[in-house]
Design a protein around this ligand. Structure first.
Ligand code: HEM
Length: 475
């Protein structure tokens, strides 16, 4: 009551947004809590009648938006996310969690890691890891057995990330260990989000210590710290030419010789790149392969494009991956639309933010931008529940407002790694499709088959049958 009295405008502005009954201290976020297996369907039902919905976490307001024009308006005006404290035990200030001023430093520091010159270097690693990935399906080829490809794909993407970001080859000792520890650490982060009592920092600290999971947090932080220290040591001792950078850590460490960047900050930047880039890419590869296995006609068209534009089974080049293979890219984008890895993204309003109908989100509000729901918008996509690469044909894209496909977010804080992701995903799909024809017994993958923790996943896995190309006449 006192809060409301003191800040009348704040509460008056929020009254313009629909909400559910709210209770003192708890608010009404209870509406969204429940088993993770059911949360996507539940969210869709709750949001169905609304374009905007106000939730209260105790006294803190959170507005959920699902229309692309609202999302674009907010992302154009607000450049902050406010969940730094939430991830703090695992990672501190970095590009994803930093507030505006610190974020500008991160973005400037990391942009060179995504220049064409660096991307060209990464392509070599993409080819090498994608070829190893394709090799791993040899044991099941032509057996008629369907395999759930997730574990294999996620490992391949972790190995690629480790090599390009940290320069650690997956053949080296302990890296397998890092992938397992990382996945467990992510499960714990997601458990914190879906478990209200773990929102308290003190409760989380007790939980992590009693269960011994604090060791995961320590290991995840020690691993990149050691590599940063070793790289610094090498460069200071002249063992590394200062002008050549193959990895993100090389770039950061060299920058730290002239700029004020601490080892902790470098470690957090690196962890946050892995957190945002690795699983998102692995999910797109897994969903894309499953979609191609379901949609045989599309698979055939993609395969013909690959045969036509990348003959001789040679490693793919940066130019081929960037300029050719347009239909394959349509498939990847369509998968990203229907199975949006990052189901939501966040903004925090430091100033009032006016929406197009003059409703105002007051300063001090968290805004949840529901990318997944925006991708099922009938105003943007014909038959949005159907997986159809034609949604991303040149003509279809031209008809939509520029930027309304929110696969990689929008505005200043949109995905810094989107080109990297597209190149990496394309390389993996080409290496696999060149060698195998894919099929599956799954007929379709609807919203009921999806669940979400920090990311969107298939409840029924990604079961695929592999047949060698030679044995598959007609393709
Ligand atoms: C299919 C793969 C990927 C998808 C779907 C994806 C999607 C997204 C989305 C939706 C956002 C939030 C944008 C916003 O809030 O407006 C984001 C942010 C980000 N992504 Fe990606 N991403 C992918 C791959 C990658 C890769 C490979 C990297 C790096 C190696 C990366 C690094 C980042 C970073 C650092 C941010 C935060 C940017 C900032 O706050 O300035 N992402 N991504």
């Amino acid at each position: 009551y006192l809060l409301q009295k003191q800040n009348t405008r704040f509460y008056q502005l929020l009254e313009h947004f629909p909400s559910y009954p709210t209770y003192p201290l708890i608010g009404n976020l209870y509406k969204l809590y429940g088993p993770q297996d059911d949360n996507i369907g539940k969210m869709e039902k709750i949001m169905e009648p609304y374009d905007r919905l106000l939730f209260w976490i105790g006294p803190i307001p959170t507005i959920m938006l699902k229309k692309y024009d609202d999302i674009m308006t907010v992302t154009n005006q607000c450049h902050d996310r406010d969940f730094h404290d939430f991830l703090k035990p695992w990672t501190d200030v970095g590009i994803v969690t930093a507030r505006y001023d610190e974020w500008k430093k991160s973005r400037k520091m990391l942009s060179p890691a995504f220049s064409s010159q660096m991307l060209t270097k990464y392509v070599e690693v993409f080819n090498e890891k994608a070829s190893i990935l394709a090799d791993q399906f040899r044991s099941v080829v032509d057996t008629d057995e369907m395999v759930d490809i997730w574990d294999i794909v996620v490992n391949a993407n972790m190995n690629t990330a480790l090599e390009n970001i940290m320069g650690v080859s997956c053949e080296e000792k302990n890296n397998g260990g890092f992938t397992q520890v990382w996945m467990k650490a992510l499960q714990n982060m997601s458990k914190r989000i879906s478990t209200p009592w773990l929102h308290s920092r003190f409760a989380l600290w007790i939980y992590l210590n009693i269960t011994g999971k604090i060791k995961l947090v320590e290991y995840v932080n020690e691993f990149p710290t050691k590599i940063i220290k070793d790289t610094l040591h090498d460069i200071r001792n002249g063992n590394e030419p200062v002008h050549s950078s193959k990895t993100v850590i090389d770039l950061l460490v060299k920058k730290s010789l002239t700029d004020d960047i601490t080892e902790t900050r470098m470690k957090d930047e690196v962890l946050q790149l892995i957190a945002t880039g690795m699983e998102t890419s692995a999910l797109n590869v897994s969903f894309s392969l499953l979609m191609l296995a379901i949609h045989q006609d599309v698979q055939q068209k993609v395969y013909q494009e690959i045969k036509r534009l990348t003959p001789n089974d040679a490693p793919l080049t940066f130019d081929q991956l960037t300029n050719d293979l347009k239909y394959l890219e349509q498939c990847i984008r369509e998968t990203g639309r229907m199975y949006t890895a990052s189901i939501v993204t966040l903004r925090y309003t430091h100033k009032e933010c006016a929406l197009h109908d003059n409703k105002i989100i007051p300063a001090g509000t968290n805004v949840l931008l529901h990318l997944h729901l925006s991708h099922y918008d009938k105003d943007l996509y014909e038959n949005p529940r159907n997986w159809d690469p034609q949604h991303f044909s040149e003509q279809a894209v031209a008809k939509r407002p520029k930027g309304s496909d929110l696969l990689f977010g929008f505005g200043a804080r949109s995905c810094i790694g989107y080109k990297y992701a597209l190149l990496s995903i394309k390389t993996q799909l080409v290496h696999i499709l060149r060698r195998y024809h894919l099929s599956t017994d799954i007929r379709e993958l609807t919203a009921d088959n999806l669940k979400s923790d920090l990311m969107v996943r298939s409840k029924i896995g990604y079961p695929i049958r592999f047949v060698s190309r030679q044995k598959f006449p007609g393709f």
